[in-house]
Write a protein that binds this ligand. Structure first.
Ligand code: 13P
Ligand code: SF4
Length: 302
């Protein structure tokens, strides 16, 4: 950790000088999450924070769709991402044209898109959701049928929680799809661990879990249950970040890291602040339409 300290100091100084706010997703490494972030959260929390933020400069330590959502919700602010290549397999699984084709196939059926989508896909959607509020957003559409995209596994999980019929897409998270039911059983049987899983995991993995929920919901579950051993079936920086908060809990790791999240580094954040790069912009027309869909999500809340 000591090798991080010079970077952490330099970033803190430069951040003050620039009047910047650093936001970090829960999948960022501890030296970022605990070392330099002003605001941390799941993707819903970061979107809410961007909408409420009063700094003129936001550095998003997360993936590209998170920076886009921040820019859409805070159009007069400058939003930087330290690495433009920090993408997401869900966001790249579907285009705006795909959404239009789905609409043509299902006339009049509203579209709810996961936050893990491009601004262009959001602009063609009626509402956005995250895993923290997917059921609530789907039900708020007031329709017996909803097009839900692009995460097939999250979609199947949501479908199991509601009477609304869902039309699904075949996108997947390249990280969460790697976990297997066998790994989950192994954590429980070999380590006597409780299991909390993110709903981007496959249905047979979720079936093994004691708790299924979003990033923030998992933290709250840990607070309530205080298990002596837990396996978090999700991106494993989460466990690194929560370990500090729950010293009495032992975290068993079936571990997969998101390669996109890992593109964000301390030197990258420093350079972003120094050179004011990389500016994330969304064309105003697209942003205006995407903002309506995102605002519906914020109105539903958590
Ligand atoms: P949440 O932050 O909404 O739980 O999302 C998980 C994820 O994979 C984000 O990329
Ligand atoms: Fe996308 Fe999965 Fe990485 Fe999240 S963990 S950013 S859903 S690829």
């Amino acid at each position: 950790a000591s090798m991080h300290l010079p970077w952490i100091d330099a970033i803190r100084r430069l951040k003050k000088l620039r009047g910047a706010v650093i936001m970090a997703h829960s999948y960022q490494t501890p030296e970022i999450f605990q070392g330099v972030a002003d605001i941390t959260g799941d993707s819903l929390g970061l979107a809410q924070a961007a909408a409420d933020c009063d700094a003129d400069l936001i550095v998003m330590c997360g993936v590209h769709f998170m920076a886009e959502s921040a820019k859409i919700l805070a159009p007069n602010k400058t939003v930087l991402i330290p690495d433009l290549e920090a993408g997401c397999s869900l966001a790249s699984s579907i285009t705006a044209e795909d959404v239009l084709a789905l609409r043509a196939r299902h006339p009049g059926v509203p579209v709810v898109s996961y936050a893990n989508t491009s601004a262009a896909v959001k602009a063609e959607s009626d509402a956005i959701c995250t895993s923290a509020n997917a059921v609530q957003v789907v039900e708020s559409m007031g329709s017996p049928k909803v097009i839900f995209l692009p995460d097939q596994y999250l979609g199947r999980h949501v479908a199991s929680q509601t009477k609304v019929e869902l039309v699904l897409w075949d996108g997947r998270c390249e990280v969460h799809e790697k976990f297997t039911a066998q790994q989950a059983r192994h954590a429980r049987e070999q380590f006597n661990a409780r299991l909390a899983a993110h709903p981007e995991c496959a249905p047979e993995v979720l079936a093994e879990a004691d708790f299924v929920g979003s990033t923030t919901a998992m933290g709250k579950w840990l607070e309530r249950e205080q298990p002596s051993r837990v396996a978090l079936i999700t991106e494993c920086s989460m466990a690194d970040n929560l370990r500090k908060q729950f010293p009495a809990t032992e975290f068993i790791k079936p571990c997969h890291l998101c390669p996109h999240m890992q593109r964000i580094t301390l030197p990258g954040i420093y350079e972003a602040l120094r050179d004011l790069k990389h500016v994330v912009d969304v064309p105003p027309g697209v942003a205006a339409r995407a903002r309506r869909a995102l605002q519906r999500m914020l109105d539903v809340g958590r």
